[in-house]
Design a protein around this ligand. Sequence first.
Ligand code: NAD
Length: 346
Amino acid sequence: MGHEQVVFCQDPHTGLNAIIAIHNTTLGPSLGGTRLWNYNSHEEALVDALRLSRGMTYKSAISGLNLGGGKAVLIGDASKLKNEAYWRRYGKFVNSLNGKYITAEDVNTSSGDMEYIGMETKFVTGKPEYMGGSGDPSPLTAYGVYMGMKAAAKKAWGSDNLSGKRVLVQGAGNVGQYLMGHLVEEGAVLFISDINEAKLKQALGKYPKAQVVDSKDVFEKEYDIYAPCALGATVNTESINKMKCPVIAGAANNQLADENVHGPMLMEKGIIYVPDFLINAGGIINISIEIDGYNYDRAINTVGKIYNRTLDIFDIAEKDKVHTQLAAMRMAEKRLNDVAKLRVGI
Ligand code: NAD
């Protein structure tokens, strides 16, 4: 995948077992969250780090940010590992890269964890608001997903109004729950699914009219919009064959199991797909603003641009007769190549 550097970090005292993948720093220091997950194998973790960091390169490039792509995965059981020493040890490893990689939150990591990491390195974002940070990126990620979803609705039905639209939010986590808030406010009919009962209960407490769908049956029902907000690769041959929804617009990273297979497959089936790295860039946009001194108004306005960018990608894909993921990748690669050329000369 063309990575610049991949670093393996181990510390037996704290149980830290990390992979930091730096994909591309053409546009600036690589920035991407730290994911803590109980992977089945080191290979699985490495593949995740490689794919996620590459996604970050595309995400920042298409969003007009001067940041490169990086990501870290930590292997192990979050409930057993998380403590001050663990995070500080990890912070020391991040620091050893001298700013080539800047970390942030992701699945199973919080702004409180970033505070511990920040005791050992300045190359950390997503710190709590009271420390001058931008805090939890999930609300802004969800807002960006909501804007991208509205753009997809406009493409599908000629209006971006989501009132009455049947939307399945798969994954009632941080982003999923904020997204549900926007959908309920606009009058969408909400379906939710999660493998974690506690998360479902929490979501139902906030949105009691939501209908729960068993995670094994998600693609058996008909929806207008499927919003993947759990983990990646849920858009695959099996799920596409079952899908009865005209739009996919959600927060998860790496939604397509194989972009070369499933991008064209969605196009053939006439399913409108909003590229993941375009629609879920709200969090990184928010964090990029933290680097220059955080300002919420600037953050939300910049995230709102996802709406027009999504419409642009639909137009380009249609004009070039390619699937939307490829159109978005080309747009990101063009910016990377154009900026790389700037390095020549004064
Ligand atoms: P989270 O951990 O808070 O939520 C994920 C939820 O998905 C959890 O509740 C989990 O139980 C659930 N889940 C896992 N497997 C599932 C399955 N098979 N079916 C149904 N539910 C399942 O994470 P999050 O921060 O909300 O992020 C969600 C996704 O969005 C991730 O893929 C993440 O990488 C991506 N993302 C998040 C942000 C952000 O700002 N947090 C930014 C960009 C992308």
